[in-house]
Design a protein around this ligand. Structure first.
Ligand code: ARG
Length: 460
């Protein structure tokens, strides 16, 4: 009877449906590497403190190594009747090496085992996320440099507001990703503490050496409270929260990409290899990758809500509810990784249609604020200047032309402070170049931010 791992006190076999209902092996098998790694460290430590013989520990470690290969080769006999990844591996170990296998679980529980496994897994996922974020950041910085002098309309309310450098817009995306990276690095610190040794909830009567397993598994230090260590999944919530926020950023980028790729905007051309066609409309080239990233942000936000709700009603210490943490966590990590990978490849490879972006800025009276500022420099109060320029814009709207296309005489009808040099501030390039302070959109500022970003990416 395979339920032999815990069924000593039971007088009837588990209901078949309940066995299926409680099983998690089909998804937590994904933790096999971390589970085996933790078991190896535990066995070695038990032998070093004299709870196991060195011979037993060696057999266990060799057996675990063989099982790892078996799993990797796709030859492991996964059995849902054994519930989860932990009991599948432990049962297989005993099947392979006999007695010694039965001693592995000394001073340990699946509760501290799973809490350790997820942390190990999530730590690697966090490191991978940070690496992907940085790769993406590099791509954006390169594109920002390439398009530092490209004029595009900056928007508020999706209405043309003021001209900006396309490179400045790419660096806005970069800044979002820098903060995202910081959140993952911050979450990692609290995640990287070792629950092993907490056993079921209260610790163990064996003279375990938690510093040893901690060092072997690369944790910063052992958790300080066994009840807390086996029960809280706040570290998974923090990761998913950072993931949800990152996906929110990617979703905003996705929305812009979809708009920009539309012929109505025509700002960018996405590489064919990142687009798909239509089964009926032969002319279509659709930005599906961007749309899917926008869509996947929904499931990551859903995962965050699932985990928060999962946790909120749980009394100390471990409850089986926690088994439900894995699917949303895995799903969120997968969606995040794939979305980052897609955007990091696609966005730096898009081409910018500089004429279109410039014309769009020109068509929208984007330099109206510059004209108002010009009047202010000539002694007009800003509120009056605002009203004067508003009247000039109204004329431009009826005559269907930009402010720069109105003649000097026409402009002077609105204010006698206007002179020939007004046309210098009415150009798009002049407008952008004039915002030449730290954080502004002037190409010179974009270039200096590019240099600072490269420095940061090379150094830390
Ligand atoms: N599979 C469980 C989880 O994911 C760990 C097993 C703990 N089981 C138990 N009966 N205490 O959290």
């Amino acid at each position: 009877d395979k339920k032999g791992l815990w069924s000593g006190r039971f007088t009837e076999a588990t209901d078949a449906f309940v066995a299926q209902f409680t099983a998690s092996e089909h998804y937590d098998r994904r933790l096999y590497r971390e589970d085996i790694r933790g078991s190896r460290a535990h066995a070695r430590m038990l032998a070093d403190v004299g709870v196991l013989t060195q011979a037993d520990a060696e057999q266990i470690i060799e057996g675990l190594n063989a099982i790892e290969q078996e799993i990797e080769a796709g030859q492991f006999p996964w059995d849902p009747a054994l519930e989860d990844v932990h009991m599948n591996i432990e049962a297989r170990l005993t099947e392979r090496i006999g007695e010694a296998g039965k001693r592995l679980h000394t001073g340990r529980s699946r509760n501290d085992q799973i809490a350790t496994d997820i942390r190990l897994w999530l730590r690697a996922a966090t490191d991978e996320t940070v690496a992907l974020l940085r790769h993406f950041q590099k791509g954006l910085v390169d594109l920002a440099e390439q398009e530092a002098d490209t004029i595009m309309p900056g928007f508020t309310h999706l209405q043309v507001a003021q001209p900006v450098s396309f490179g400045h817009h790419m660096l806005a995306w970069y800044e979002m990703l820098v903060r995202d990276e910081g959140r993952f690095i911050d979450a990692r610190q609290r995640m990287n503490q070792m629950p092993l040794g907490s056993a079921a909830l209260a610790g163990t009567t064996f003279p375990i050496d938690r510093q040893q397993t901690c060092a072997e598994l690369g944790f910063d230090h052992p958790t300080r409270n066994s009840l807390d260590a086996v029960s809280d999944r706040d570290f998974a919530i923090e990761f998913t929260s950072a993931a949800a926020l990152t996906m929110t950023h990617l979703s905003r980028m996705a929305e812009e990409l979809v708009l920009w790729a539309s012929p109505m905007f025509g700002f960018i051309e996405l590489p064919d290899r990142f687009c798909t066609g239509s089964s009926i409309m032969p002319q279509k080239k659709n930005p599906d990758v961007a749309e899917l990233v926008r869509g996947k942000s929904a499931r990551v936000q859903g995962a965050l809500h699932t985990l928060l709700t999962l946790m909120k009603g749980q009394p100390l210490a471990y409850n089986r509810d926690n088994q439900e943490d894995k699917e949303p966590l895995f799903d969120a990590a997968d969606a995040l990784r794939d979305s980052l990978r897609a955007f990091a490849d696609m966005i730096p490879a898009m081409s910018v249609n500089r004429d279109h972006t410039r014309n769009a800025a020109k068509a929208g009276f984007a330099t109206a604020t510059d004209l108002a500022d010009y009047l202010v420099r000539r002694g007009v109060a800003f509120r009056d200047a605002h009203a004067i320029v508003g009247q000039a814009v109204a004329l431009g709207v009826t005559q269907q032309c930009d402010l720069a296309d109105l003649s000097l005489e026409t402009l002077q009808r609105f204010s006698d402070a206007i002179e020939q040099d007004v046309f210098e501030v009415l150009t798009l390039e002049g407008s952008v170049a004039a915002r030449n302070h730290f954080g502004g959109t002037a190409p010179a500022q974009v270039r200096s931010q590019v240099a600072a970003a490269r420095d940061r990416l090379a150094n830390d």
